[in-house]
Design a binder for this molecule. Structure first.
Ligand SMILES: [Zn+2]
Length: 258
């Protein structure tokens, strides 16, 4: 069995000769004794994994390191580790945020037959929250629209994205986000694929859409720059670990002349 141990949102990994690995449960127990509440998080290379959070631990052996889960793709090409650690981050965030019932304030317990919290006082059942968000690649002929969000590092450009609102279909959300953030109208909105983005609890649902009308007008609030780009002349784009990075590279492969 393996254990993913989190403290203050960071994951404890062992570093051996520049290779990062998840500690075995018995190794971890000697480093961080007395960690009580664990959650099951699936399997890693065929081995069962638990995840635990204790924000008081900071003293660790020199061959261990606390890492930001989002930085895992830059530390290792182990995609399975990135997905597992992200899932653990999502579950622990949900577990920690729901220690008390939102209806009556009583302490919750783990439901025995499924992943949920149960309030023993008023019987409220709390499932892990998943927040759907859309992300859309917009095409005009052989060009793609890429935008710079004020929260992005450096000059990075990416796709238009946003959270789904109550009462909204995914397609309506795509049209609204694009209208609000860059002021254009799109049509032919079609599903592409999806990716969990557990920071802390999103599911990114990706669409493709075609430009219909309007001039690009950035909202200046979230989006500070947006423009049409050709596959041969792309700006800095997100890593291929993110769904945006995957879609932009997929477009590039189809339209690049190289
Ligand atoms: Zn309650």
């Amino acid at each position: 069995m393996m254990k993913l141990f989190f403290s203050k949102g960071k994951l404890l990994l062992q570093k051996i000769e520049n290779e990062y690995r998840i500690p075995k449960a018995n190794e971890l127990d000697s480093i961080v004794p007395g960690t009580e509440h664990s959650e099951s998080v699936g399997t890693y290379k065929g081995e069962e994994c638990l995840c635990i959070q204790d924000d008081t631990v900071s003293d660790i052996p020199s061959d261990y390191e606390f890492v930001d889960v989002r930085s895992i793709p830059s530390l290792t090409d182990d995609t399975e580790l990135f997905i597992l650690a992200g899932t653990a981050n999502h579950i622990l965030h949900w577990s920690h945020s729901n220690r008390y019932c939102g209806c009556c304030g009583h302490k919750t317990i783990d439901k025995e037959d499924e992943r949920a919290k149960l309030c023993p006082s008023c019987n409220t059942v709390i499932y892990p929250r998943i927040s759907p968000a859309i992300i859309t690649a917009i095409f005009r002929g052989d060009e793609i629209l890429l935008a710079h969000n004020r929260n992005f590092k450096g000059k990075m450009h990416s796709l238009i994205a946003g959270f789904v609102e109550p009462g909204e279909t995914l397609e309506a959300c795509v049209a609204r986000e694009i209208r609000e953030e860059i002021g254009i109208k799109v049509n032919n909105i079609r599903y592409f694929n999806s990716q969990p983005w557990p920071f802390p609890d999103s599911l990114m649902i990706a669409f493709l859409a075609d430009y219909e009308s309007g001039e690009i007008t950035v909202d200046g609030n979230e989006i500070t720059e947006a423009a049409w780009f050709h596959a041969d002349n792309l700006p800095e784009i997100p890593s291929s670990f993110s769904i945006a990075g995957k879609i932009i590279r997929w477009y590039q492969e189809q339209y690049s002349s190289h």
